[in-house]
Design a protein around this ligand. Structure first.
Ligand SMILES: Cc1cc2nc3c(=O)[nH]c(=O)nc-3n(C[C@H](O)[C@H](O)[C@H](O)COP(=O)(O)O)c2cc1C
Length: 330
């Protein structure tokens, strides 16, 4: 399938794997890229720019297809060495960067002068227009249903995507709630040029995370996520667990006087314990409502092939996908 996104990034299918802390290692990025999508290494999961340079080299050993690096600008306890990470990306010959969290304007010249295409992740049309105005090559539009940080406007994709399509000239992908061929065709119908998936790619064979994480996603329904850190205006959609319940109790008890230090135990440094050690109640971890549509742990190539096959069947009317014909993989 050809869209403005496949043309921009030189990929076969309009499917991107969004950056994911402690999930987006070379193994997953390479698997997505080898299957014809655009895989993404998560920059900040690498502790130093040298570590990122090594991860980029590792990914290149696993794929000769294009892949990208995610650079997230979020409120952090200690600000990372962004110029160092950008040097590693440029010197590593990476051709795509997904920026997220904050305005990437300061870093665009260094990236784009090196021929890197920048896709900025936004949760509001006004932010997407800003990204277009400062020269981003594309945007990823994350609806309210997304795993991770949905922003503070709470606009779901059925409204957000057509609004983005009306307003934007640059290509964009639909992100949040995307899982299958229906998602892809719906996204294209609403004006997007492809899809970005997070949670769906965590529940794949190649995602280098503990099996408990994958099984938690398969077991979860669309009702099992919660929004945390809203009082801090840093809202995150996470899978409900004991730590999340504790965090929400603190939010309720402390109200608007809550500070980051009050919830440090539930949110800071918890990802390695969850993703690597499989301690599922160690803290809050990002997960989308789309968990309700995820029933299997397939190989990435089978997942992407299935999405493209379903999309094709929907468009050609050969075998419309229904609950009866849909078969879980793996
Ligand atoms: C476990 C997990 C970790 C994530 N970490 C990041 C991150 O570090 N930076 C970022 O920009 N987005 C992050 N995201 C968001 C994804 O890149 C993507 O935008 C989102 O998952 C899309 O929604 P979906 O989960 O419904 O597919 C994360 C998502 C998940 C599920």
């Amino acid at each position: 399938m050809k869209t403005r996104i496949t043309e921009l990034f030189g990929i076969e299918h309009p499917i991107i794997q969004g950056g994911m802390h402690y999930v987006g290692f070379a193994e997953l990025a390479a698997a997505v890229s080898n299957a014809g999508g655009l895989g993404m290494i998560t920059g900040l999961t690498q502790r130093t720019p040298d570590d990122l340079a090594r991860e980029i080299r590792r990914c290149r050993e696993m794929t000769d297809k294009p892949f990208g690096v995610n650079l997230t600008f979020l409120p952090m306890v200690n600000a990372p060495d962004y110029p160092g990470y950008i040097r590693a990306i440029v010197e590593g010959g990476v051709k795509a960067v997904e920026t997220a969290g904050n305005n990437p304007q300061k870093y665009l010249p260094a990236l784009q002068e090196a021929g890197i295409k920048v896709i900025h992740k936004c949760t509001a049309v006004r932010h997407a227009l800003k990204a277009e105005a400062i020269g981003c090559d594309a945007v990823s539009v994350d609806g309210f249903e997304c795993g991770g940080h949905p922003g503070e406007d709470d606009v779901p994709n059925f409204i957000l995507l057509p609004r983005a399509a009306q307003a934007l000239k640059i290509p964009f992908v639909a992100s949040g709630g995307m899982a299958d061929g229906r998602s892809l065709i719906a996204a294209l119908s609403l004006g997007a040029d492809g899809i970005n998936m997070g949670t769906r790619f965590v529940a794949t064979k190649e995602a280098p995370v503990h099996e408990n994480v994958k099984q938690a996603i398969v077991a979860a329904s669309e009702l099992d996520t919660r929004l945390v850190m809203r009082p801090l205006r840093n809202t995150e959609r996470v899978l409900r667990n004991a730590a999340v319940d504790r965090l929400l109790q603190k939010e309720q008890a402390l109200g608007s006087s809550i500070k980051f230090e009050d919830i440090v135990e539930e949110v800071a440094g918890v990802y390695p314990r969850i993703m690597k050690a499989g301690e599922m109640d160690a803290g809050a971890w990002s997960c989308g409502m789309v968990a309700g549509l995820i029933h299997d742990v397939p190989v990435v190539k089978d997942l992407i092939d299935r999405i493209m096959r379903e999309a094709n069947e929907i468009v050609t009317g050969v075998a419309p996908v229904t609950q009866d014909t849909w078969t879980p993989l793996g």
